[in-house]
Design a protein around this ligand. Structure first.
Ligand code: NAP
Length: 536
């Protein structure tokens, strides 16, 4: 679909977003015979991988698994060149999928959905866009992304800055030339940790403004091993089926940990950590059974990681400032390529602003840690209004004109992260209350899309007009999400999982921790005739 005038006015379904969620939802709807369109604010497909073009952007989940499995032909024909795919390669893959399955003509690009209002009489949603058009649809599926509403903190003085500034998730398509420039970067989460080593290679000088030091483990990315690829492809379907029910829907390529941390002596503990560090990726996370559930066990691995920083970073003061104090993996663990080594470069300076953060932006640079740092270019790797930001950016009104923003004023409320009471025929892919960001996202996106697709077919076959979560199901689910988080240490420090990175955002731990349990629950709900949902 290229222009407004060709947009159908009456549809079965509107999909919001054409990232990996929206694309597969669109494919599924059309396969099932539903007339559907996707609205996408970017000029192309790929979602996260369309926007986050910053230097060093790469996925932390192995490419042979961070990819669609719905088409055996697709997964056989596509060839990943590295263990962990780079952003350009993932974006090329998204474009390949869009072309291969003829999705592009059903996507309206450069279009943001502004509102979705449910009309109780017709039982249809009226969806409006920033291009001034409106469509009517029975179903709305939100695939707008868990990490796509960017957070640029309101730094005082930003408007006075005379240099150029960029947010990593709104990176210019033509790239940024850092040569001969004094560059500053704010943010040392997964994004900053990937970008810093690459920017340091070309910038004249790079100043890193760090509010919170982060744990990071070498990713140990490698070119794709053709023998490994052939082995997986010999039984790709079986590989996927086995991984589907594993924690995080991911084969971590490690034996499950045999022991709890303190069941082994200090020497064996050290050997196990060393093996995890050498393996890289998330191996340390799985070194012992209790790394993210027991505080003492967590402190043991945390201290090991701090010691590693001391080993790698030459300047003891810088090393000390880089050592995190919070619980390991409470903030999302980072993977890197030569991150800590970068601080040994003569053209890199760390500014520890853990006390006051970035104080202000001036015409010439950044004021932090009591000094002004002159810069030509400023990069914000400051993250996202996660999980709810892109949903609540849309003015969504359900039964009785009730606004989702009002309903979620104290935090998101959903059943299974799929549906919210009072909002019939409105589905979320990877919504708050689902495992989403704590999983290998593409396979778990596929599970949501398959569930929604089956549900729509069920409605069609049984003659039901609407489906929505009941309050009787939603309230206990909220408690279950909370209780699952309480079994872990994920909620034990400030992080974006609970909205702590956005001033004023309600503090609610949003993702559901137990993927295998969640999968079983979704299956049980269907087996029991959509238990917890009202079908009318
Ligand atoms: P993030 O984890 O939220 O990190 C944002 C960084 O900006 C933090 O260091 C934060 O410090 C800092 N910051 C925010 N506001 C600030 C302020 N006012 N002053 C100073 N510093 C400030 O965001 P992200 O790095 O973009 O990552 C978000 C998520 O995206 C990741 O957790 C991950 O799930 C995903 N991601 C994945 C990959 C991958 O697969 N490799 C790569 C990138 C991102 P504080 O910690 O003190 O708040």
């Amino acid at each position: 679909m290229a222009t407004d005038s060709s947009a159908p006015r009456e549809l079965d379904a509107v999909v919001v977003g054409a990232g990996f969620a929206g694309m597969y939802m669109l494919y599924k709807l059309r396969e099932l015979g539903f007339a559907a369109v996707a609205f996408e604010r970017g000029t192309g497909v790929g979602g996260t991988w369309y926007w986050n073009r910053y230097p060093g952007a790469r996925c932390d989940a192995p490419s042979m698994q961070y990819s669609y499995q719905f088409s055996e032909a697709l997964q056989q024909e596509w060839r990943w060149t590295e263990k962990y795919a780079s952003q350009p390669e993932i974006l090329a893959y998204a474009n390949h999928v869009a072309d291969r399955f003829g999705l592009r003509e059903h996507i309206q690009f450069s279009t943001s959905v502004e509102s979705a209002v449910f009309d109780e009489e017709s039982e249809r949603w009226r969806v409006t866009t920033d291009r001034g058009e409106a469509v009517s649809a029975r179903f709305v599926v939100l695939g707008a992304g868990c990490l796509s509403s960017r957070n640029t903190p309101k730094f005082p003085g930003l408007e006075d800055f005379e240099g150029e500034w960029f947010h990593t998730s709104d990176w210019p398509h033509e790239g940024v030339d850092f040569r001969g420039k004094r560059v500053g970067i704010v943010g040392t989460g997964s994004t900053g940790i990937q970008a810093i080593p690459v920017i340091a290679e070309s910038a004249e000088h790079l100043t890193v403004f760090q509010r919170t030091a982060q744990y990071s483990v070498p990713a140990r990315n490698t070119p794709m091993d053709p023998a490994y690829e052939a082995r997986i492809k010999a039984d790709y379907r079986g590989f996927r089926e086995r991984n589907y029910r594993k924690p995080m829907a991911l084969d971590v390529e490690l034996d499950p940990p045999e022991h709890r941390t303190f069941e082994v002596d200090a020497e064996e503990r050290r050997r196990t950590y060393e093996a995890g560090w050498e393996t890289g990726g998330i191996a340390l996370f799985f070194a012992f059974q209790d790394a993210v559930t027991d505080r003492e066990a967590n402190e043991a691995v945390s201290q090991y990681l701090r010691d590693k920083i001391a080993e790698i970073v030459d300047d003891p003061e810088t090393a000390k400032a880089l050592m995190p104090k919070h619980i390991y993996a409470c903030k999302r663990p980072c993977l890197d390529t030569h991150y800590f080594e970068t601080y040994n470069r003569p053209n890199v300076t760390l500014v520890d602003c853990s006390e006051g953060g970035v104080e202000s932006i001036t015409a010439k640079g950044v004021r932090a840690a009591g000094a002004e740092h002159e810069l030509d270019v400023l990069v914000f790797a400051t993250g996202f209004d996660a999980m709810t930001g892109s949903i609540l950016a849309i003015d969504i009104r359900g039964r009785g004109g009730r606004s989702l923003r009002d309903k979620w004023a104290a935090g998101p409320r959903s059943y299974l992260g799929l549906s919210s009471e009072g909002f019939p025929n409105l589905f979320m892919i990877s919504g708050p209350g689902s495992p989403s960001v704590l999983t290998n996202m593409i396979p778990t996106i596929e599970q949501h899309v398959n569930w929604i697709g089956d549900c729509l077919v069920h409605l069609r076959e049984t003659g039901h007009r609407t489906i929505e979560a009941t309050l009787e199901a939603e309230d206990p689910w909220l408690i279950q999400v909370r209780a699952a988080a309480d079994q872990t240490l994920w909620d034990a420090c400030d992080n974006w999982y609970q909205g702590a990175n956005i001033p004023g955002k309600p503090r609610v731990f949003m993702p559901y921790v137990d993927w295998p349990g969640y999968l079983a629950k979704c299956e049980e709900v269907v087996a029991n005739g959509y238990e917890g949902f009202a079908l009318r």
